[in-house]
Write a protein that binds this ligand. Structure first.
Ligand code: B4P
Length: 195
């Protein structure tokens, strides 16, 4: 079993690349952003709480997302690997994930971080707002807040995995296909080591 985390700031292309990776490697895709948006679409109590936080560019509480991931892991026994997209976003989430995986006698094989400059991130989110219908994309103040939250709460997650020697950094600027090729070459190499 090979599990990986696609790491990067909001708008860095995690969702975009995940779609291509799951097709090629048949990972089970676990995107906390997608799981939360599905709760919002179904107007569940969790979704209503999450929406008000996401619309301000804030993170949803750790216990909520950890609970969602724990349920998803239990619901998918026997898969060849998980691709975590947008999770973990805090050190507490990373520690909880490590424990959940250890309990299931597995671990994270690689953390691939997409590096994209801030101006490019804002430009992409402004562009995504035209078609995504996502209320958290519509306002530049919210986008800036998401980047601040990322620097404060999420960047430390990279250090958590750096200490375990799991992080590979990739340039996230370029065509989607060129970035995908680079990603595949890192994953193939990590999978060979993991075998
Ligand atoms: P997410 O759904 O994770 O989304 P994201 O970080 O905004 O975007 P992503 O990196 O996936 O970018 P995409 O491929 O779309 O989070 C949304 C919110 O949910 C968070 O702010 C938070 O409130 C909440 N949340 C989620 N997980 C949580 C957690 N674990 N804990 C707490 N709260 C959580 O790419 C962006 C745009 O760029 C797209 O338009 C795309 O077409 C374009 N693009 C992609 N690659 C490109 C390239 N190479 N060149 C040019 N454009 C590109």
């Amino acid at each position: 079993m090979f599990n990986m985390i696609l790491f990067g700031p909001p708008g860095s292309g995690k969702g975009t690349q995940s779609e291509k990776l799951i097709e090629k490697y048949r990972f089970k895709h676990l995107s906390t952003g997608d799981l939360l948006r599905s709760e919002i679409a179904r107007k569940t109590p969790l979704g209503l709480e999450a929406k008000s936080l996401m619309d301000k560019g804030q993170l949803v509480p750790d216990e909520v997302v950890i609970g969602m991931i724990s349920t998803a892991l239990e619901a998918n026994p026997g898969v060849s690997g998980f691709l975590f997209d947008g999770f973990p976003r805090t050190t507490a989430q990373a520690e909880a994930l490590d424990k959940l995986l250890e309990f299931n006698k597995t671990e994270i094989g690689a953390v691939v971080a997409l590096l994209v400059p801030e101006d490019e991130l804002i430009a992409r989110m402004v562009n995504r707002a035209k078609t995504s219908g996502r209320s958290d994309d519509a306002d530049e103040n919210v986008q800036r807040n998401r980047l601040e939250v990322y620097k404060r709460d999420t960047l430390p997650v990279a250090n958590h995995y750096r200490k375990k020697d799991k992080v590979v950094e990739l340039n996230g600027v370029g065509t989607v296909d060129a970035i995908f090729r680079e990603l595949c070459s890192v994953i193939d190499q990590k999978m060979r080591i993991h075998e």
